[in-house]
Design a protein around this ligand. Structure first.
Ligand SMILES: Nc1nc2c(c(=O)[nH]1)N[C@H]1C(S)=C(S)[C@@H](COP(=O)(O)OP(=O)(O)OC[C@H]3O[C@@H](n4cnc5c(=O)[nH]c(N)nc54)[C@H](O)[C@@H]3O)O[C@H]1N2
Ligand SMILES: Nc1nc2c(c(=O)[nH]1)N[C@H]1C(S)=C(S)[C@@H](COP(=O)(O)OP(=O)(O)OC[C@H]3O[C@@H](n4cnc5c(=O)[nH]c(N)nc54)[C@H](O)[C@@H]3O)O[C@H]1N2
Ligand code: SF4
Ligand SMILES: [Mo]
Length: 737
């Protein structure tokens, strides 16, 4: 049975070499590169600066970019291997067409794009404009995100466009807009270094944002106290002052009880509450019965620990509260987020140096991509598609009558439901692998089989694209110019280090070509990515996510610019609300009452164990990219079922024994990893694998009523040992779906 490593040395042993990468002169045997290109990692929202080494139009290696202010050269295991996805033998080099029963054959771009155009037109003529849908993704740059929003509304003229951020940041986005009127982390991460108390709730920072750990360690060096809320003793929790091992799905009870403690002990910033907020009285009324005893019973955390955490938070003079998907992937994700924000507002620790709050954005361009219009309810600048003023402004920028701008469409999982109902008949996906990433994926597969036409744009043949009629060979991050916005809100430059190989094309040129074929050429006349960005600047002007003052040159000169940046002479805004003028209509920050309620599915006699899902350090999302990089596969070749020794003993499960895990949606088989670092009533499975290794065979499609995020973090399961010990390597990471 695995022992709990406790010493900081152990953590450094586990993750240190990757966190403190030392620049090298070059690799033995590597030719002198033709060029060194300063750009950013293609993976998570940290968007670490990196230099790619280029030889003969191929990325052949990397060097740290020591000057980039956030990561100062540090990279994680994915960052140091990311260059290996370039030149991969699986790279799509031609458009492909399905040959029924025989797989795919390469076709010319004209054949592929003509077929896509004809199918969009056929489906829309037969069933209406909204019968053709689009799913997009936020590994795409700001330029491409903006382009997809405009393409859907102006060229395809459908309201049914949504994106993979719907599985990621939307609960935080909705909570942030309700409370602050604006959706961005309040301070840049260097402010963490001087916070007295840091709460990290539902974020496995050491594995999912490894380079951010550095700033938490800086704070620890300066004496900061650390509180971690997670059902598992994640690496960050091993050295925390307080670890709150919460029962999945009960966060809002914890934050409610902590708020009541602050009120009962008058640990409040009355001046801030009175002058800069609304809704305090209703909010404390909602938690009046949330005693420590009640919270202990609901959350499974000892009441003394809750009390200690509340007191530690209440006494601090500076603090940072960070959360990620652990509290957001819930049918009450927005309520959990609001519960955290209430703690921040009650103590008035926002809009000041070293006092911050924020969700840690997940995907590479999760921040910028959620601002510029490929959400079904949103227009660029984080405008609202149902607001007449916002519609009028964007219709003006796009040169169409407002009446022609489609309205609000369906969210990602609701689109799958609409396909089942026969209302949606066609799909274009770009940068999204829903068959692996959406919950209840047997149901998703059935939907894909019902589509009359499906086209995917990707550089690898992902599991969903295997169901496509046409696949368009698109481009990698390092093959197009553009910008992304980091989790801090810093807009940075992505450089085209190389051009797409063989007959692959840039995503942008594919979309522009399709727009022209659909008869909208005059609305899509950009000569390059910078021209798209310059239109985005105008479209975002006056919105809450205001990029108007940001130019490519300004980004390059400053290694990034923080939005909001309303004019070209404005320096950008690393720290928000220092003037205490929040972005809400009344200029105040809003408390929101949160009443505790249960998750969508709770355990019972038949399904007695809580199942939660998430990530491991070496794999990224649906794994399309990282399951193709040998060294990353080698680190963690397959998903393991994390289970506590007592629970394992109850079922007679042995280390590495295959365990059948069943829920009301499906069944999977996973080798057990018996660890003391997880609650005794909960099991954890990472979700990066497809087919019978997929955690999403098991998860539930319950959605948050406001954000429509799926409840990936909690459902009920049962366990059955299969009597077979798994030997790593016997099963492959590419089992098809
Ligand atoms: N290595 C790696 N890094 C990544 C990614 C990746 O795929 N791989 N993806 C990126 C993206 S898009 C995202 S969104 C982020 C996600 O980053 P995180 O949110 O940090 O990742 P997860 O593993 O999904 O979940 C975080 C933690 O939530 C805990 N948890 C589960 N249920 C609950 C609950 O009910 N309450 C609380 N408080 N905690 C709970 C889990 O035990 C887990 O440790 O990571 C980004 N970085
Ligand atoms: N059970 C469970 N499920 C989850 C989660 C969980 O915690 N648990 N987390 C959810 C979260 S937070 C997220 S963000 C989603 C992510 O889910 P997805 O968005 O489906 O995951 P990706 O692997 O990013 O899929 C993106 C696809 O885009 C392609 N791609 C990447 N960059 C580009 C590009 O620049 N151009 C083009 N054309 N294609 C590109 C990749 O090759 C890949 O095939 O998964 C969600 N699903
Ligand atoms: S922390 Fe994120 S952005 Fe930085 S190297 Fe790792 S995956 Fe890339
Ligand atoms: Mo995400």
């Amino acid at each position: 049975m695995a022992k709990l490593p406790v010493s900081p040395e152990k953590i450094i042993e586990d993750f240190g070499p990757h966190l403190n990468f030392t620049p090298t002169e070059g690799y033995p045997g590597r030719d002198e590169p033709d060029a060194t290109v300063k750009t950013h990692c293609c993976f998570c929202g940290m968007q670490c600066g990196i230099q790619l080494l280029v030889k003969n139009n191929k990325v052949v290696g990397f060097e740290p970019w020591m000057e980039f202010p956030f990561n100062e050269g540090r990279l994680c295991p994915k960052g140091v291997q990311r260059y290996l996805q370039d030149n991969h033998p699986d790279r799509l080099l031609d458009p492909l067409e399905r040959v029924e029963g025989k797989g795919f054959k390469p076709v010319s771009w004209d054949t592929a794009l003509d077929r896509v155009t004809a199918e969009i037109q056929r489906i829309q003529q037969a069933y209406g404009k909204d019968a053709f849908s689009i799913l997009s993704g936020v590994s795409l740059t700001n330029e491409k995100s903006y382009l997809m929003g405009k393409f859907a509304r102006v060229a395809v003229k459908t309201s049914n466009l949504d994106y993979n951020g719907r599985l990621c940041m939307v609960s935080a986005g909705a909570g942030n807009k309700k409370a602050f009127g604006l959706d961005r982390t309040s301070n840049n991460y260097t402010d963490l270094a001087h916070a007295e108390v840091i709460i990290v709730a539902g974020a496995n920072v050491s594995e999912t944002f490894p380079t951010l750990t550095y700033w938490i360690w800086r704070a620890r060096d300066n004496g900061a106290k650390l509180i971690v809320v997670d059902p598992r003793v994640i690496p960050l929790a091993r050295t925390a002052d307080i670890h709150l091992p919460i029962k999945p799905g009960t966060d809002s009870a914890l934050y409610g009880a902590m708020l009541k403690y602050l009120v009962d002990h008058d640990m409040l910033d009355h001046d801030f509450i009175n002058n800069h907020t609304t809704g305090f009285d209703e909010t404390i009324a909602a938690v009046k019965d949330y005693t420590l005893e009640w919270a202990e019973q609901v959350t499974g955390i000892e009441k003394e620990k809750i009390e200690q955490a509340a007191a530690m938070w209440g006494k601090a003079s500076t603090s940072f509260l960070l959360h990620a998907r652990g509290i957001e992937h819930h049918s009450k994700g927005v309520e959990n987020v609001l519960g955290c924000i209430n703690l921040v507002l009650a103590t008035g620790r926002i809009g000041r140096p070293y006092c911050g709050y924020g969700t840690i954005t997940g995907q590479g361009n999760g921040q910028g991509g959620r601002e510029h219009g490929h959400k079904c309810d949103q227009l660029p600048g984080n405008r609202d598609i149902t607001n007449p003023e916002h519609r009028k402004y964007i219709a003006g920028v796009w040169g169409i009558p407002e009446s022609e701008l489609p309205g609000k469409g369906l969210t990602a999982y609701e689109l799958i439901e609409a396909i089942h109902r026969g209302e949606v008949k066609g799909l274009l996906s770009i940068c999204f692998n829903p068959l692996v990433s959406l919950p209840n994926n047997n149901y998703v597969r059935e939907a894909l089989e019902k589509l009359e036409f499906y086209v995917a744009i990707d550089f690898f043949l992902n599991e969903t694209a295997r169901h496509a009629d046409i696949i368009l060979a698109g481009s990698l991050h390092e093959e197009e110019e553009g910008t992304v916005t980091t989790a801090e809100g810093r807009v940075v430059r992505i450089r085209a280090a190389v051009s797409p190989p063989a007959n692959a094309r840039t995503d942008t040129s594919i979309i522009l070509d399709l727009a022209a074929r659909l008869g909208a050429a005059d609305k899509f006349t950009y000569k390059d990515s910078e021209a798209i960005f310059n239109e985005l600047r105008i479209a975002s002007k006056g919105g809450t996510a205001n990029y108007y003052g940001i130019t490519y040159k300004k980004i390059e000169d400053n290694m990034g610019v923080f939005w909001p940046c309303p004019s070209e002479d404005h320096p950008g805004t690393p720290r928000l609300w220092e003037d205490k003028k929040f972005a809400t209509p009344d200029g105040k920050a809003h408390f929101n009452p949160v009443h505790y309620r249960d998750p969508g599915e709770v355990t019972d006699e038949e399904y007695p164990v809580v199942l939660t899902t998430g990530r491991v350090v070496s794999q990224y999302l649906s794994g399309t990219q990282t399951r193709r990089i040998g060294k990353l596969v080698g680190l963690i070749p397959e998903p393991l079922l994390e289970i506590h020794p007592e629970l394992a003993m109850k079922y007679g499960i042995r280390q590495r024994e295959m365990v059948k895990v069943s829920t009301r949606r499906g069944t999977g088989e996973f080798p057990a990893n018996i660890v003391e670092t997880i609650r005794k009533d909960t099991v954890f499975i990472p979700y990066h694998w497809p087919g019978r290794k997929s955690a999403n065979q098991l998860t539930i499609g319950t959605l948050d009523p406001v954000s429509k995020i799926p409840e990936f973090k909690v459902c009920a399961c049962k366990l059955e040992p299969l009597g077979v010990i798994s030997r790593p390597g016997e099963t492959t990471a590419f089992d098809s779906i």
